[in-house]
Write a protein that binds this ligand. Structure first.
Ligand code: SF4
Ligand code: SF4
Length: 425
């Protein structure tokens, strides 16, 4: 079987008139890549990216997204710059937040992504609270068979997933697959992956309920009500595990007292490995839902620069793991991520990287891993703060293997470097 082609422009020898933005354009225009011809006149092209989080300093710089917007327009397409609502509800930062549509659009503007800077609409593709979805049945799903594809991506003619490739605190790495499995699903898909769906949510201490009703007002699916004593009742068949009720109800409980006082809880903590497998169930449903008519509607660009161990939703930007690598493109989400994982593994660590310094965060502490500074050594996953220590060395591999098991691409690829040759002067 022939290998999937992954095209790349690297970061070597950048100079005047030859920035990485120029190289992005040359990649786009390369005749073997075929991106120009993939877009037809008048088609809506959803550019699905990550808007970054509050005070994040490593999210994808707006100029890369703007360049893609310009290239889509030049090819005759109508660009939409898209993102999905984040899970949870941020009661502290309601104005600039990932956890509701208006807040996320406003946060994106602060991060440099807005209608003026993009020259395109900047929109939430799944609505105000992540419930505007198109349901896709994925029979092959190991845990999630009913996938909540963001409606905006369903109705666009083409979807171009543009990611900063980096590590990820929960999934080992974040690239095209993570965008498909979390970024392109509504809160139901995110909740299903992280919290195991509505059947895993329950009211642990109804006796603590004061009857204030805040959780009932915010629940997007009417999955909460009062009983005859005005104590909260949860209806798992309606619940999408968005956890907004958790945040609303528990906001004023000091963190140290939370476990003994919490009203809402999960019945079973979903293990990290299972969470990643659930994400890839979603990813397969997203691919199926977008390409349901057999058309070729999805493509992927991974911008492998600013490669931290943290994801875009972690407000700490963090030090880099390895030097900048370049920009990769493929029509296969597994092949492009596999190529990025392999490039990061091959690269040497950067001084002051988490491999050298370790991490010490309120969320957890990870000791330095000196061998991860060496070329040809595993790096991704070793510094994933939310992953348990035993799962860190296998979490990145789990993501790739789970996606492959879902049949959405190939791990066999040919990496073709199409960086423009410099003319000798
Ligand atoms: S927010 Fe908490 S205290 Fe208020 S009604 Fe809901 S469960 Fe009860
Ligand atoms: S009950 Fe809570 S977790 Fe379930 S949908 Fe409503 S707000 Fe979300």
């Amino acid at each position: 079987m022939s290998k999937v082609k992954v095209y790349m422009v690297n970061t070597k020898g950048l100079g005047m008139g030859d920035s990485l933005i120029d190289r992005l354009e040359s990649l786009w225009n390369h005749e073997d890549v075929g991106l120009k011809d993939w877009i037809k006149e008048g088609e809506i092209v959803a550019i699905k990216t990550h808007f970054g989080s509050r005070n994040q300093t490593r999210h994808l710089r707006p100029m890369y997204i703007r360049k893609v917007v310009d290239l889509v327009r030049k090819a005759g397409g109508i660009p939409w710059v898209c993102e999905g609502v984040g899970l949870f509800w941020d009661e502290r930062h309601k104005e600039e937040t990932m956890s509701n549509g208006p807040g996320f659009v406003f946060l994106a503007s602060r991060n440099g992504i807005n209608i003026a800077s993009m020259n395109a609409p900047v929109v939430m593709d799944d609505g105000i609270v992540g419930t505007e979805v198109f349901r896709v049945h994925n029979e092959k799903g190991k845990y999630i068979k009913n996938v909540a594809l963001a409606m905006g991506l369903r109705i666009a003619d083409k979807t171009l997933i543009v990611s900063r490739f980096k590590g990820h605190d929960g999934a080992g790495f974040g690239g095209a697959l993570k965008q498909l499995g979390i970024g392109c699903v509504g809160n139901e898909g995110k909740g299903g992956a992280h919290w195991g769906g509505g059947e895993n949510i329950h009211v642990k201490r109804p006796e603590n309920c004061t009857g204030c009703g805040k959780c009932i007002r915010i629940c997007p699916t009417q999955a909460l009500s009062f009983d005859e004593n005005k104590k909260i009742v949860h209806h798992p068949d309606k619940c999408i595990a968005c956890t907004m009720c958790f945040a609303k109800c528990h906001f004023e409980i000091p963190p140290k007292e939370l476990e003994e006082k919490r009203i809402f809880a999960v019945k079973r903590r979903i293990p990290n490995i299972e969470q990643v497998e659930r994400m890839m169930d979603n990813a397969a449903g997203v691919v199926k839902g977008i390409n349901s008519d057999g058309e070729d509607r999805l493509r992927y660009i991974n911008i492998a620069i600013d490669i931290t161990s943290h994801c875009d939703c972690m407000s700490a930007g963090g030090n880099l793991l390895v030097p900048d690598l370049g920009i990769l493109y493929s029509n296969d989400p597994i092949a492009i991520d596999q190529a990025c994982v392999d490039l990061v593994t091959k690269a040497p660590g950067i001084p002051e990287s988490p491999a050298e310094t370790g991490l010490d965060f309120p969320q957890g502490k990870i000791d330095p891993v000196p061998e991860a500074m060496e070329p040809d050594s595993l790096k991704l996953g070793l510094f994933s703060l939310w992953v348990d220590a035993e799962s860190r060395p296998i979490i990145a591999e789990t993501q790739l293997a789970a996606a492959h098991a879902q049949g959405i691409g190939s791990r066999e690829y040919e990496l073709i470097d199409i960086t423009p040759k410099k003319e000798k002067t």
